[in-house]
Design a protein around this ligand. Structure first.
Ligand SMILES: [Zn+2]
Length: 159
């Protein structure tokens, strides 16, 4: 796949990068942040603050729900995790920092990552952003594309 100018990393964050990103914002790489990012980086995950809190608790971590909330929000503001809206508008956090789109099932809440198709060597969202900027002269934010739908297996079950 062709990648052009890119504001997001092409792979998960390394420890040194995380430290650097936090440091430039005057933030410490505290134990709660390490625990949260460690859990999220084990695989692609889309979690709510509550589900993350419960998963960490099950592992014997002693972070409170408010600590999880607070630190997810800090990590999202630092761009280390991505915040987006789930099927019912709830805040979800994404461990995959690379550019991708979501398909979300409104019934099950399942979220799947999709690699953006490219147009003229640019990911679709960025192509659209540049196009709208040229057309309007506005400075357009990085688009986050979310589509809703049902997985093939759920469609079969419904028949
Ligand atoms: Zn995702």
């Amino acid at each position: 796949m062709v990648r052009s100018e890119n504001r997001q990393p092409a792979r998960p964050w390394g420890q040194t990068e995380v430290r650097e990103v936090l440091r430039t914002r005057g933030l410490r790489y505290s134990r709660p942040r390490r625990v949260i990012l460690g859990y999220l980086s084990e695989q692609d995950r889309h979690v709510s603050a509550e589900s993350l809190y419960l998963a960490l608790k099950q592992r014997g971590e002693d972070l409170s729900l408010s600590t999880v909330y607070l630190n997810l929000s800090v990590l999202a503001q630092a761009g280390l995790v991505r915040e987006f809206s789930g099927a019912n508008g709830e805040a979800l956090y994404d461990s995959n920092p690379t550019e991708h789109y979501h398909v979300i099932c409104p019934e099950t809440g399942e979220v799947r990552d999709v690699t953006p198709p490219t147009i003229e060597g640019q990911p679709l969202g960025r192509f659209l952003r540049d196009y709208v900027e040229r057309e309007t002269g506005w400075e357009i934010d990085e688009p986050h594309v979310s589509l809703t739908g049902r997985a093939p297996r759920d469609r079969r079950r419904g028949d």
